[in-house]
Write a protein that binds this ligand. Structure first.
Ligand SMILES: Cc1cc2nc3c(=O)[nH]c(=O)nc-3n(C[C@H](O)[C@H](O)[C@H](O)COP(=O)(O)OP(=O)(O)OC[C@H]3O[C@@H](n4cnc5c(N)ncnc54)[C@H](O)[C@@H]3O)c2cc1C
Length: 428
């Protein structure tokens, strides 16, 4: 039986988190609105405010609450995590205050799963403590959605590997302490066994920034969040390999499921925030005969948003429940389906909410530019929507067998003939 209800103790934590985020964390978004601000250690005033907030979250037992017990987390599971993440989805700062921000959360998962005891001690422990930040450096300028096209290489040289190549959209590469880099070690192997993962300290000689690439809400040339990185003869010891040689895709894949579902959880918060803004705007913007809220077309928009949000929230909770039940066989389809739903609802609702605000909506005095960027990111990062739609279609179609005869199984004359064979008395 599916049950999404919460025990009283956890409900108290959720209530605390909602109030804490509203009163203490959302203000940080207004003081330091840049997407990279929560990771920027040069913002000393922000850092001084951040630390006590993180300590408060730890005292409440909600620090890094995506982690299982064996990783030092509370082991709440995905359903409970949905209730926390939907609150954090309202803010840019929330995930850092609660110690569950990407890409660090996904990186901590692969370090825990594939790291050696030494790698865990050196990188995982401080990452979980929030003392260091990380980057996941996989996408290349010449190959994104299809990772078999990657060319960045790691050549073995005695006890070292030497990394050469270019990556872009390496989020936080310019703000982090270490990078997890995918590089081709075995070019002759089958396509999905060519690459390996390496842990590369950010201060390694040979790491260059070709450009400070950012998203379109960040000024061109400014320190953006997703730099274009060149690895020029970057030397790491062979002990820096994360997971087995040639298994880089397997390592990468194992972090993506969690990332996709966590994005979906936070998207509930994003959509709820848009709905809140739509409702408030519709009541406060006055036309000649009354508020916008009295216009039927506006009611359609608000109603459609509310309905879509209810469906989406239950969809996220259902997939979270599947994960908690360990239903591995169902997850590929479920997570790809949720990935598409996440991209679609965020794109539709953010646009709708922005439009309802008229010129104010497109002004730089409202947060819609960042929200639109988030919606666009949700359709690209961790695999473009089109690929996931196709995965869903392929897996669902596979559940069906061809009809036994030349006609579709629901061909009415064929069905009638079969029915008469089952019930010959029907003709009497
Ligand atoms: C904000 C943001 C942050 C990111 N952070 C990181 C990060 O930290 N680390 C990292 O390594 N990468 C990161 N990425 C990169 C992300 O993973 C890639 O954008 C994604 O894999 C798609 O690759 P691409 O952008 O090169 O698109 P392309 O491969 O150029 O594809 C472009 C479009 O072509 C279509 N398409 C491509 N292939 C198919 C197909 N097989 N079937 C149907 N349609 C297809 C889709 O419409 C797709 O959107 C980030 C991206 C964004 C936007």
């Amino acid at each position: 039986m599916i049950d999404f209800s919460l025990d009283a103790e956890f409900q108290t934590k959720v209530d605390w988190a909602r109030e804490f985020v509203r009163t203490k964390v959302e203000p940080l978004d207004h003081l330091w609105p840049e997407p990279t601000a929560p990771y920027d250690r040069s913002l000393t005033k922000a850092r001084a405010i951040l630390k006590p907030l993180q300590d408060e979250v730890r005292r409440q037992g909600l620090w890094a609450c995506h982690l299982d017990h064996e990783l030092g987390g509370p082991g709440y599971g995905q359903v409970k995590l949905t209730y926390i993440n939907e609150i954090l989805g309202r803010t840019n700062w929330g995930p850092v205050v609660f110690g569950c921000q990407g890409p660090d959360s996904g990186n901590s998962e692969i370090l825990a799963r594939f790291g050696t005891p030494e790698q865990k001690e050196r990188w995982l422990k401080p990452l979980l403590d929030g003392k260091v930040y990380s980057c996941f450096s996989m996408t290349e300028p010449t190959g994104g959605a299809d990772p078999t096209l990657f060319v960045c290489s790691a050549t073995q040289d005695g006890d070292d590997y030497v990394i050469d190549g270019e990556k872009w959209y390496s989020s936080h590469a310019n703000l982090c302490d270490f990078l997890i880099v995918m590089a081709v070690t075995d070019p002759q192997a089958p396509p999905y066994e060519r690459a390996s993962m390496f842990i590369v300290p950010a201060d390694s000689p040979g790491i260059e920034f070709v450009r400070e690439t950012g998203v379109f809400t960040e000024p061109l040339g400014a320190k953006g969040g997703h730099p274009y990185v060149r690895y020029k003869g970057v030397r790491v010891p062979k002990t820096a390999m994360l997971g087995p040689r040639g298994q880089g895709f397997k390592v990468a894949q194992s972090r993506l499921g969690g990332g996709r579902i966590h994005h979906a959880m936070r998207t509930i918060g994003l959509v709820q925030k848009c709905l809140d803004m739509m409702g408030e705007r519709a009541q406060s913007r006055l036309l000649r005969k009354g508020p916008l809220a009295d216009i039927q077309g506006v009611q359609y928009d608000i109603g459609d948003t509310w309905i879509a949000l209810q469906q989406f929230r239950l969809h996220v909770l259902y997939v979270a429940w599947l994960v908690d039940q360990g239903r591995e066989d169902d997850l590929r389809l479920a997570i790809s389906g949720l990935k598409v739903a996440t991209a679609n609802i965020s794109k539709d609702v953010v646009w709708r909410a922005m439009h309802l605000h008229g010129s104010l909506g497109v002004s730089n005095e409202m947060p819609f530019a960042h929200m639109l960027m988030t919606a666009a990111m949700l359709g690209l990062a961790d695999g473009p929507t089109e690929i996931h739609r196709s995965v869903v279609g392929r897996l669902v179609a596979r559940q069906y067998a061809p009809a036994s005869g030349p006609n579709p199984s629901e061909h009415l004359p064929t069905r009638r003939a079969e029915a008469l064979r089952t019930h010959p008395d029907a003709l009497d």
